[in-house]
Design a protein around this ligand. Sequence first.
Ligand code: HEC
Ligand code: HEC
Length: 426
Amino acid sequence: MIKKRRKALVIAAVAASAFGLAITVPATIVRAGAGSVHPGPLSRADAFARAQALTALGRKMFFDPALSASGRQACSSCHDPRHAFGPASAAPVEMGGPDLDQPGVRAVPSLRYLQAAPAFTEHFYDSDDEGDESVDNGPTGGLTWDGRADHGKEQAKIPLLSPFEMANKDAGAVATALQKSAYADDFKSAFGDDVFDHPGDAFDAAAEALGTFEQSAADFYPYSSRYDAFLAGKATLTAQELHGRALFEDEKKGNCASCHLSEPANDGEPPQFTDFGLIAIAVPRNGAIPANADPTYLDLGLCGPLRTDFKSRTDYCGLFKTPTLRNVALRKSFFHNGKFHTLRDAVAFYASRDTDPGHWYPRNADGTIRKYDDLPKAYWPNLNQDPPFDGKKAGDRPALSDTEIDDIVAFLGTLTDVDQQAVPAN
Ligand code: HEC
Ligand code: HEC
């Protein structure tokens, strides 16, 4: 049973966050001896220098298409820095593989603001000063839409090897590409002269560098949106944006902030616009995803099939991770399956999923509505029923009117980071 989520969430210290501590190094690649730059515990200054070196290395790797089997796909091909490290395209899923003809199965998330994601846990309790520490908030945290990777460095291995992403045959193929790269010497000075003699170690090191780059604040968590400036008393919002914010936070209206946290934490940490909870909201099936041509293929999130450790947990079927809404106005596809293509539709779905299901879900031959068409009925009890859904039925008045939806969309437009604002909004 998913409990009502708390509004305030203390952001885990960096050391416990999903990307881990920048300066940690997997034990397997700490080898004393010639060429190794980290023979033991590092001084603060050395640790800082090391983090900087790995960030620079990770940045080069992130933009390097030579690290893919096709030779044409880098991390940045899908995670475009001009789109808040989300996709530039409007396609619900991206192509990958050795010939770039293998479609993915999920929408590409933005990589911004993941530094605050706690490691995945089935039972998340707020800290005592931020909420009710006796309330179990249920499955929370981790990376990817189903939380199956806990650290940036662990996550980076998924796209490097996935047959529908960068599609390297194995760790050795990645190590070979790194050895041929223009930054091979940087790689050796960071991880040891003999790092390429041990492909497994080189692969771990590559993931470590990428994970460290993903913690670069200027790139990944600048907190530079107009809303951040507003919270700091340095900018104003329009009347419409302010109204949208009120609706977003009102527990009887949008109630959006119960999951997409919008207020700074007690310690002053800016809001992340997610509590990282895994929740089922029954986004309609997306026929534009090739895998969905097979009616027996179901992406059920936390219970699989991409995630395999909770296969038998039927109470976890349909749950996906709550994404941040920072920079959401830059997106051209929304939700885990990229079903919707305008932010307005994504917001309107919350208002009328249950009051006007015929607008969102397809019809059977006999005209009846195939409600929640991407989630078998056995899993419907997993669906979130908090406001704005609130147990409403077809024909009831939606929690938000058309103009109220517009106001929330306007408010969400204030969450775009300043370095992204030159990019034409969706
Ligand atoms: C072909 C497109 C593609 C490429 C290339 C790609 N990714 Fe991704 N990335 C995705 C998709 C799709 C997801 C969501 C996967 C899921 O939920 O199962 C994702 C998820 C992630 C996440 C987790 C985000 C979150 O919200 O939890 C991180 C971190 C990430 N990718 C980093 C990388 C890195 C580093 C690389 C390069 C080594 C890379 N990606 C290459 C498509 C791609
Ligand atoms: C009970 C928790 C919860 C509440 C309340 C909630 N959301 Fe969400 N939100 C989620 C989850 C979970 C997802 C991802 C679901 C999926 O992809 O299947 C999501 C996804 C989104 C997305 C898509 C973002 C992207 O990157 O694709 C938008 C936009 C969004 N929510 C806006 C809102 C607004 C606006 C409200 C209030 C009207 C709201 N949400 C209320 C949990 C919640």
